[in-house]
Design a protein around this ligand. Structure first.
Ligand SMILES: *Cc1c(COP(=O)(O)O)cnc(C)c1O
Length: 430
């Protein structure tokens, strides 16, 4: 798939013309005068997602409580239905996946099932570059067993502060480890871990392993069941374009269907007997058993339209375009912005197969102000302290010309020292 890129604008125009997924951009609401490069934090609204929100609103208006069974996508089965639609993106069988909760809650739920410290196996394995919320959840779960998180949580170190080495992770898989929770993709550098390899190595050592795929779901295909991953979670508001705070997904390999959920709730009951309202919890023997409450039908309604669009485009073509886009961005950064006086450094893996959908860059100084100057030009990147800018071209709605433009802007910002006009003060959400 190697392609010779060029720094000319015409090359970007040509790539856009030849782009097999170009029709999808017109399905999205692109904020005006904006180069939106933040699909890894909050994906944009599509017309399909807007339609499914409206349809659910109308159902509530017209059907009231009858919507639970009479909605076009009956609300009572909505979570299962969305899981079915998402299952192909991650290589799950439909009943191994459920739309439920939020990412962090699902981590709590799954870890409370799988983390049963016993004998020497008392530790949880994660990594130093993990997303903070995941680490908070793991520490909380250790504390629930009256154990000391500082002792029982192993955090694999990164040699360069941005990326991990799988060998380092495997070397920490001792017989004291009960459960490993790792990201599919490191949220800063965008490094994609070899989940199949890590799963195999964990299982050789009797360790249960799960992944947080929030930064890959919808842009990188996964094969959870084939790889034998024990469990996984992912949110739906990043590359899945499900809307701010929309419901997350929980994956449970079917070999664990006989396990017991610990954070139990009535929506985890078997569908057929849920409304018998028995005080004996009779949990569904599939991923659905890990549901807790009524699914947030309104909040998750956009997921339906969004998944339809993603499935129409196909996860493999999405991945191909994503690799091409990040490859083009890497090329422009190297050609135009690595030498004097620019000195941008790419911290994401160079091999497209080892990274997800965004590119992270840094520089010796002024990174925050450069990011501010980029925003001032209408670009929406994001900044991760202390000194990282993440640029995420989404394959469904960004163009090669936008990527070219972002590179030109970065060049202008340095050429004209435009960043000097901005202060180093940060907002609450960047
Ligand atoms: C986005 C993200 C989250 C977000 O968690 P919420 O509970 O949905 O707020 C958690 N973990 C990772 C790795 C993420 O990328």
């Amino acid at each position: 798939m190697k392609q010779l890129f060029s720094t000319d604008r015409e090359a970007a125009v040509k790539m856009d013309q030849e782009d097999a997924l170009k029709v999808f951009r017109d399905h999205f609401y692109i904020p005006e005068r904006t180069l939106y490069m933040d699909g890894n934090s909050l994906g944009l609204l599509s017309m399909e997602a807007e339609y499914s929100i409206r349809r659910v609103l109308n159902e509530w208006r017209d059907l009231g409580i009858k919507g639970w069974l009479k909605g076009k996508q009956p609300w009572f089965y909505f979570a299962e239905k969305m899981a079915e639609k998402a299952s192909g993106l991650v290589g799950a069988e439909a009943d191994e996946l459920i739309m439920t909760g939020t990412t962090t809650i699902n981590i709590h739920s799954l870890i409370s099932t799988f983390y049963q410290p016993e004998g020497r196996r008392t530790k949880i394995l994660a990594d130093r570059l993990n997303f903070p919320s995941d680490i908070y959840a793991l520490k909380g779960q250790i504390s629930l067993h009256n154990l000391d998180p500082d002792k029982e949580l192993i955090l694999v170190e990164s040699p360069d502060g941005f990326n991990l080495r799988e060998e380092d992770i495997v070397s920490q898989m001792s017989e004291e480890v009960a459960v490993a929770l790792l990201p599919s993709v490191l949220y800063r550098s965008g490094q994609l871990l070899d989940m199949e390899y890590l799963t195999r190595e964990a299982h050789k050592r009797g360790i249960v392993i799960g992944f947080d795929c929030s930064h890959s779901a919808g842009v990188v295909p996964h094969h959870f069941s084939k790889w034998g991953v024990d469990f996984a979670v992912f949110c739906s508001y990043k590359y899945l374009n499900g809307g701010p705070g929309s419901s997350a997904f929980l994956y449970l390999n079917r070999r664990h269907f006989d396990k017991e959920p610990v954070l139990t709730g009535w929506f985890g009951n078997k569908k057929e007997t849920q409304f018998d309202m028995s005080l004996e919890f009779d949990h569904a023997r599939n991923a659905g058993g890990w549901q807790i409450s009524s699914p947030g039908i309104l909040g998750s309604s956009p997921i339906e339209g969004s998944l339809e669009l993603i499935n129409e485009a196909g996860i493999e073509p999405i991945r191909e375009k994503s690799k091409q886009m990040t490859g083009y961005l890497v090329y422009l950064l190297e050609e135009l912005l690595s030498g004097d006086p620019y000195h941008f450094k790419i911290v994401s893996p160079r091999d497209a197969d080892r990274r997800s959908g965004h590119i992270a860059i840094t520089r010796e100084r002024d990174v925050f102000r450069i990011n501010e100057a980029l925003k001032n030009k209408g670009v929406v990147p994001d900044f991760r302290p202390p000194d990282l800018i993440r640029i995420a071209p989404s394959p469904l709605y960004n163009t090669y010309q936008e990527i070219w433009q972002v590179a030109q802007f970065l060049k202008e910002i340095i050429d004209n020292k435009e960043y000097e006009a901005f202060s180093s003060q940060r907002d609450a959400i960047s």
